[in-house]
Design a protein around this ligand. Structure first.
Ligand code: G
Ligand code: G
Ligand code: MN
Ligand code: NA
Length: 254
């Protein structure tokens, strides 16, 4: 099928690319600390295909590792350009699919860092319950090994079925990404705001940095800014954008 051909570099009806969504400081919207890398998939016949569909498909057909390698290569090339040409010093967050959380993750990452000449601190790995799959001991070993290099980790989709409190307690991650369902409507609900505030407070207690996702307007921003030293990722700051646009935004904010 198209995915197989694309990943092996042959002509294909499916084409993959990545976009970048900046992550900023709540206290200063112009301070871009990094970006999340998001997969975009287009089929000549079907048009836009949701990234999670392509990720699931690749997992089911044993192509998850190939997709991961493609993603890593893409991100490493572009990250090295940001570091070299723009003096960017932030981090790029990559969503790991289950097949990427394998024993070859550490050597794959090491290879990339050496080949592209980027520091390990330029990479953050986002994981969810789906890919951590309860083998906390094994995942923590991988996290430890990558921490030794300087790579950081984020627990994604926190608060949904994809990432629960147990995962926060067990996994040695650096960032907590609060799912956007907690932000949705927060400007109309004292209850929601208290909930969000308590998540931020909990993360602080266990030395994790919080990323609040899905901030879409000024009212939400103003409330969240007061919750503490948090990071924000959402349409109100920036939508996901192609690499060239991301470079331009970084240059504007520098
Ligand atoms: O960008 P968008 O809102 O369309 O993403 C939809 C879903 O697809 C999100 O849950 C996101 O985490 C997931 N996704 C996007 N890009 C990637 C990727 O590169 N790898 C994996 N595993 N998931 C991704
Ligand atoms: O599951 P994950 O957190 O990896 O996916 C992030 C997804 O959320 C991205 O696909 C991105 O397109 C989407 N997203 C980012 N910011 C916003 C926002 O402010 N509002 C909404 N509705 N979606 C967002
Ligand atoms: Mn994510
Ligand atoms: Na998320």
């Amino acid at each position: 099928n198209g995915l197989v051909r694309f990943l092996s570099g042959e002509p294909s009806s499916l084409s993959l690319s990545v976009v970048y969504q900046p992550i900023v400081n709540a206290g200063n919207k112009n301070f871009i600390i990094g970006a999340e890398v998001l997969l975009r998939c287009r089929d000549r016949v079907l048009g836009f295909v949701p990234p999670n569909v392509v990720v699931d498909l690749s997992e089911r057909h044993g192509l998850g590792a190939d997709l991961g390698k493609w993603l890593f290569r893409q991100v490493a090339k572009e990250t090295s350009q940001l570091y070299r040409d723009l003096g960017f010093r932030g981090s790029l967050s990559i969503n790991l699919n289950p097949a990427m959380l394998s024993d070859s993750l550490v050597s794959d990452v090491q290879g990339l860092l050496v080949n592209e000449g980027i520091p390990a601190s330029a990479l953050c790995m986002e994981i969810t319950e789906d890919n951590a799959a309860l083998d906390f001991e094994r995942i923590n070993e991988l996290i430890n090994e990558l921490h030794t290099l300087g790579v950081t980790f984020a627990l994604d989709d926190f608060g949904t079925g994809h990432s629960s409190l147990e995962y926060v307690r067990e996994l040695k991650v650096d960032r907590l990404k609060v799912d956007r369902c907690f932000v949705n409507g927060v400007e109309h609900s004292e209850d929601k705001l208290r909930f969000l505030g308590s998540i931020v407070a909990m993360a602080e207690q266990v030395y994790m940095k919080t990323v609040i996702e899905g901030v879409e307007n000024q009212a939400q921003w103003d409330l969240i800014e007061k919750l503490g030293d948090v990071l924000i990722q959402g349409y109100f700051a920036h939508k996901p954008m192609p690499f060239n646009e991301f470079m331009a935004v970084l240059m504007d904010s520098a």
